[in-house]
Design a protein around this ligand. Structure first.
Ligand code: GDP
Ligand code: IMO
Ligand code: MG
Length: 421
């Protein structure tokens, strides 16, 4: 298998975990390169569901090396819980097959507290609706150059000192801005020690490990392109670069190593949390997609907002990520709809445009222009080839190819690993 990057083309939850699990069979190593346990990647194998937040979605394939890259932010408590959870299912999670980069930044309890304190202080319309996992504050410390890196977990003195230093500033904010109790550096340090001891055996040089895996590496993106810190619907975004360019930077390989690029495209659109969503359907169509698709967040359990496929957003994802193919997921969810709408342009300030306007929050003010395609009634969850699809489903996929200029390489018609062709 060529080195392959899998990325989310919308606002997350496109079904990346399922496709990574499926492609992992042919890879030597599977690498997460950004995000943290804000992600929730669902794998269904032989009817059994497994939700992963941090550990790469290749872990269910025996013997495949799974790697957490430098671009990830790692909550060590969540990491250990995930290890225990997988071990209880009989999955090998030994350091022989699982590695965490020395350079990965560590999410601390004060990052989580800062995340939730900031969100609570915001008015409803300004809330990002973060997952509350401390993702933003941890990336802030990384950029501020005061973060704790995974390698520091092996150095008790340095760890104690860094925690105390971080709290000097954060406790001022907790007490005087947010009206909270200050956090104790000693308590955080003592509670971290046993967890740190468990993480240390997993530390390694990821860049070298990727090189040693040869040209058979699968890079697993988290979140989606329109949650990207630079290219997403800022400020309603996450705090990392989710675009494929970051697969190289967030893992420690050269961009020249990235060959096959797979865009995961949900056959409609969903979004969790705040922020503009032009094709959102606050009506029975949206309710249909939500209930048929089982659209509840895999991390926070929140109901996902639902709407039609937005090809303006998707074309931008194509430009930003350079996919060599599209993987269309959840096509089965559209079965039973009389008509299916595809957003092909926006009306904005009296003009029809085919790109996303760039001013802050301008997506909240566009009006989608729809093309209406006929739906299909057939249950397609047993389809295993292109020819098994009803003509209207084929036409829907062809139209997506035409408008994006990218071929559909994979189709998913159900949550199980086997429901793919
Ligand atoms: P990710 O974050 O991109 O990995 O996606 P999530 O796991 O958060 O959400 C995708 C949801 O859709 C999960 O519950 C999957 O089991 C499910 N899923 C994935 N592909 C399909 C599909 O083709 N059809 C249906 N019905 N469900 C799917
Ligand atoms: P996967 O990998 C969907 C959203 C949150 C919030 C915003 C910022 O499963 O697709 P954060 O906690 O990252 O600071 O929250 O980003 N968000 C996701 N939405 N899927 C995800 O991951 C997400 N990770 C973060 O809901 O709106
Ligand atoms: Mg998810």
């Amino acid at each position: 298998m060529a080195n392959t990057v899998v990325f989310g083309s919308q606002w997350g939850d496109e079904g990346k975990g399922k496709i990574v699990d499926m492609l992992a069979e042919k890879a030597n190593a599977i690498v997460r390169f950004q995000g943290g346990n804000n992600a929730g990647h669902t794998l269904v194998v032989n009817g059994e569901t497994c939700i992963l937040h941090l550990i790469p979605s290749g872990i269910l394939h025996e013997g495949k090396k799974c790697i957490i890259g430098n671009g990830v932010v790692l909550d060590p408590v969540v990491f250990c819980k995930e290890l225990d959870h997988l071990a209880a299912r009989g999955v090998d999670v030994s350091p022989e097959r699982l590695m965490v980069s020395n350079k990965t930044h560590v999410i601390m309890p004060y990052h989580q507290q800062m995340d939730t304190a900031r969100e609570s202080a915001k008015s409803d319309s300004n809330k990002i609706g973060t997952t509350g996992r401390g993702i933003g504050p941890c990336y802030e410390d990384k950029m501020h150059r005061c973060g704790i890196r995974a390698a520091d977990l092996a150095d008790k003195e340095l760890l104690r000192e860094k925690i105390a230093r971080a709290l000097e500033e954060k406790n001022v904010l907790f007490q005087h801005l947010y009206g909270l109790e200050p956090m104790s550096a000693d308590t955080i340090f003592e509670e971290l020690l046993p967890v740190a001891e468990r993480v240390v055996p997993y530390l390694g040089d990821v860049s070298t490990a990727i090189q040693e895996a040869g040209n058979e590496v699968l890079f697993e993106g988290a979140q989606g392109t329109h949650l990207d810190i630079d290219h997403g619907t800022y400020p309603f975004v996450t705090s990392s670069n989710t675009v494929t360019g970051n697969a190289a930077c967030g893992s420690g390989c050269s961009p020249r190593e990235l060959e096959r690029i797979v865009a995961i495209v949900k056959a409609y659109t969903t979004r969790v949390g705040g922020g503009p969503f032009p094709t959102e359907q606050l009506n029975e169509d949206g309710d249909y997609l939500q209930s048929q698709g089982g659209e509840f967040g895999a991390t926070t359990g929140r109901k996902r907002r639902c709407g039609w496929l937005d090809l303006v957003v998707l074309r931008e994802s194509v430009r930003l990520n350079g996919p060599t193919e599209l993987a269309i997921t959840k096509l089965d969810v559209l079965s039973g709809l009389k008509e299916i709408k595809l957003c092909v342009a926006y009306e904005y300030k009296g003009e029809t445009i085919e790109y996303t306007p760039q001013e802050q929050n301008s997506l909240a003010h566009v009006k989608p222009v729809y093309e209406i395609l006929p739906g299909w009634d057939e249950d397609i969850t047993a389809a295993r080839s292109w020819d098994d699809l009803p003509a209207n489903a084929q036409a829907y996929l062809h139209r997506i190819e035409e408008i994006t200029g990218v071929k559909v390489g994979l189709v998913s018609v159900g949550p199980d690993r086997a429901q793919t062709f």
